[in-house]
Ligand binder design. Structure first.
Ligand SMILES: O=C(CO)[C@H](O)[C@H](O)COP(=O)(O)O
Length: 230
């Protein structure tokens, strides 16, 4: 599986050109990309990256990839990031690594987003992977009730679990928030659910990425395929 992730990362690297401003994703697949990009930088390629998490920032520094912020630049040429699920419309579930908020800000600031993954992430319908919803801890019971109402309106339901860290306490994101993982099974209309979740005051962000992925690079046992958003 790890070899497939690296192959997808290597294929996406072919899209990177000298002088590009890049969004650097988070997760095990994106980490391969950062490592391979670091090798290119060592051999002379000039790029600058905006990391989507503190973990990726540390990886990029370790690999010698020059960094900037979305305060210094207001737009990026290309973001390369992994995903937890990808559907045929290139709607995504992201946030398995807890970095969905910065990942979405960075992807939205980019002209293009290439999603890199092994084939196991490709699904007909999103929802088998629990949907991460990043929330403010204040007023959580009220926010959870509002999320449940949004689920009902979108025709989905399922258990909501507050994500725990390795220490057994609530997992805290880089932004200082918590994550509720919603076990929905099947999300029939991802854009509708995304819209309903986005307007809930205690919801900071959710892991549905709609209209952000422009292409997906999928590595499987039979090779690599590239899917462009129609
Ligand atoms: O959204 C993410 C982190 O918030 C990751 O991209 C997603 O969880 C995929 O990770 P991996 O490449 O390790 O399977």
């Amino acid at each position: 599986m790890d070899a497939l992730k690296r192959q997808a990362a290597a294929r996406a690297l072919e899209e990177v050109r000298d002088g590009m401003k890049l969004g650097l994703g988070t997760g095990s697949t994106a980490k391969h990309f950062v490592e391979l990009l670091g090798e290119k930088v060592q051999s002379g390629m000039k790029v600058v990256g905006v990391p989507t998490s503190e973990a990726t920032r540390a990886d990029a520094i370790r690999c010698g990839v020059p960094l900037t912020t979305l305060d210094e630049v207001d737009h990026l040429d290309l973001t390369i990031d992994g995903a937890d699920e990808i559907d045929p419309a290139l709607n995504l579930i992201k946030g398995g690594g807890g970095a969905l908020l910065r990942e979405k800000i960075v992807a939205a600031a980019s002209d293009r987003m290439i999603v890199i993954a092994d084939e196991s992430k490709w699904v007909d319908v999103l929802g088998r992977f629990p949907l991460p919803v990043e929330v403010i801890p204040f007023g959580l019971a009220a926010t959870r009730a509002a999320i449940a109402r949004a689920f009902a309106q979108a025709g989905v339901s399922g258990e909501m679990v507050i994500r725990k860290g390795k220490d057994g306490h609530a997992f805290v994101t880089d932004g200082g928030h918590w994550i509720v993982d919603a076990h929905l099974g099947r999300i029939g209309d991802p854009p509708r659910l995304a819209g309903l979740l986005s307007v809930i005051p205690g919801v900071v962000e959710h892991g549905l990425f709609i209209g952000l992925g422009t292409s997906a690079v999928l590595a499987g046992a039979n090779g690599i395929r590239v899917v462009e958003r129609r």
